[in-house]
Design a protein around this ligand. Structure first.
Ligand SMILES: [Fe+2]
Ligand SMILES: [Fe+2]
Ligand SMILES: [Fe+2]
Length: 481
């Protein structure tokens, strides 16, 4: 209730300065706003929604064939993880432990997210996440900002303000994704499910729990049985030969006799091939229950970096005028082998082992120097950041993998051991009819020369080394990282 003071209308700060540190005016600051109890309850709802969304993005990323969705799920999982962390911190500022952040704040809301996680196909998933969940989260965060007292609850207001920037961006990407991916027919088929989802939100009293809601046991449609996690990577039609290991990128890159300029193409390939790292890291996260949130946050940040590296490679080809979809064969043999042959900790061990091998003179530094020497400014920029990102990834590896192993030497040895146990069998992929390991390099290089109006270099054009022979020597280089 507005205080019965007319001073509110006439009161002003000294020297014509904005009121109350610029946060709000006196009339607004004098409102009751929300109680700490109400704030914490809403934060917990938003926290749970972001956490479940993170889980959904992570669990669906690897088996989702569409490359663009893999990339955006990587980003959106990262953003969710960051805002989950911020909300956890804020709740911990307001309440003594136990904070109750690891239990669902509403059964109906939890079933809502179980259903979205169990969405039977990409169209349903996109509808659940982007047409229902994210707009409901935006509405909850906006309502909080209107209801709370901006002065007394300023730390929350600030946390939500930053969350809103990114959650609104996610929702607006999602709006476009729904338009692009959901046909009228599919939407019609899913009508019953969409109504169930809307009903669950009503039963939950809206996502933020403010609208009361109803009792009763929430109904399920697709999530009656908990969905089985699918860690088998899938790719769309721009990846028509996913077992192809016909072009040994590292042998070419390290060949001093080869000119540096065409090496940039091989760097773009290596970057684009990094799609397999989010595919693999998502499986570690999906199959490692009970880890602290900081683990999930760190691992998801690295996962997003790896997705960025893939897109950096994609941009590299596009800006060089080479339509990689027609010429380059990007494989998934690494993520497929690790996800299907190793346990989560063993996968992390391999990742750590490979990334350790990237930091010495011959790894990321060499790639960056090659890019600089080529004179291609775009290649230099991406290699600069690809290298810099490894500094963070090494820290994440030390904090979570090495600590779990107890000792750095054991951590490295175990990574080596796990990596040598992985069967990526060049020849059996042929016998099984998966691939013929076609050498896609001459056509790719030829196209690049054609676009540049340059005469192909006979030595570069003749490059024909696959991952068959040099695998033993370069086993620590034969995967992307
Ligand atoms: Fe990278
Ligand atoms: Fe990395
Ligand atoms: Fe990487």
């Amino acid at each position: 209730m507005r205080p019965a003071s007319s001073l509110l209308d006439t009161y002003s700060p000294a020297a014509g300065l904005p009121p109350l540190a610029g946060i709000t005016d006196f009339a607004n600051a004098a409102r009751r706003g929300l109680s700490v109890e109400e704030c914490v309850n809403r934060h917990k709802r938003h926290h749970w929604a972001l956490r479940r969304l993170h889980e959904i993005f992570i669990n669906r990323l690897t088996a989702e064939p569409l490359y663009e969705l893999k990339m955006v799920f990587s980003l959106h999982a990262h953003l969710c993880a960051e805002h989950v962390a911020a909300l956890r911190e804020r709740v911990a500022e307001m309440r003594e432990p136990p904070l109750g952040l690891d239990a669902a704040p509403s059964a109906a809301l939890d079933v809502f997210f179980d259903e979205v996680l169990a969405a039977p196909d990409t169209a349903a998933l996109v509808l659940g996440v982007y047409e229902l969940a994210l707009p409901a989260l935006v509405a909850g965060l906006r309502r909080y900002q209107l209801d709370t007292n901006r002065l007394v609850d300023n730390p929350s207001w600030r946390v939500n303000r930053f969350a809103l920037i990114e959650v609104e961006e996610m929702a607006s990407y999602g709006e476009a994704a729904v338009k692009a991916l959901v046909t009228t027919e599919r939407r019609a088929e899913l009508q019953g499910w969409l109504a169930l989802l809307r009903g669950l939100l009503v039963q939950a009293g809206s996502l933020d729990g403010v609208d009361g809601g109803g009792g009763g046991v929430p109904e399920r449609m697709f999530s009656g049985k908990a969905p089985v996690y699918d860690g088998t990577p899938r790719r769309d039609e721009r990846f028509p030969d996913p077992y192809n290991m016909g072009v040994h990128a590292e042998v070419f890159l390290y060949d001093e006799a080869m000119p540096t300029l065409p090496k940039t193409l091989m760097l773009y390939y290596k970057r684009l091939r990094e799609i397999d790292v989010p595919e693999m890291m998502a499986s570690i996260l999906a199959e490692s229950a009970g880890k602290p949130w900081d683990y999930r946050r760190d691992m998801t940040r690295q996962l997003w970096d790896e997705a960025r590296h893939a897109m950096m490679g994609e941009v590299g080809f596009v800006q060089a005028g080479v339509d990689w979809r027609r010429f380059v064969r990007v494989n998934f043999t690494w993520s497929l082998a690790l996800n299907t042959q190793l346990k989560p900790l063993e996968r992390h061990a391999v990742l750590y082992y490979i990334e350790q091998g990237l930091m010495p003179k011959t790894g990321k530094r060499y790639e960056w120097e090659t890019a600089i020497a080529s004179g291609e400014s775009y290649a230099a920029t991406i290699q600069d950041f690809d290298w810099a990102d490894e500094v963070l990834h090494a820290r994440i590896g030390r904090d979570w993998y090495v600590k779990a192993m107890g000792d750095p030497k054991r951590a490295i040895d175990y990574g080596d051991e796990c990596w040598s146990r992985v069967l990526i069998d060049w020849r059996s992929y042929i016998t099984a009819g998966h691939t013929r390991h076609e050498n896609w390099w001459p056509a790719t290089y030829g196209e690049w020369c054609r676009v540049q109006g340059a005469e192909p270099d006979a030595k570069v054009l003749a490059y024909d080394t696959s991952y068959e022979a040099s695998r033993a020597d370069l086993k620590d280089l034969s995967a992307s990282a």
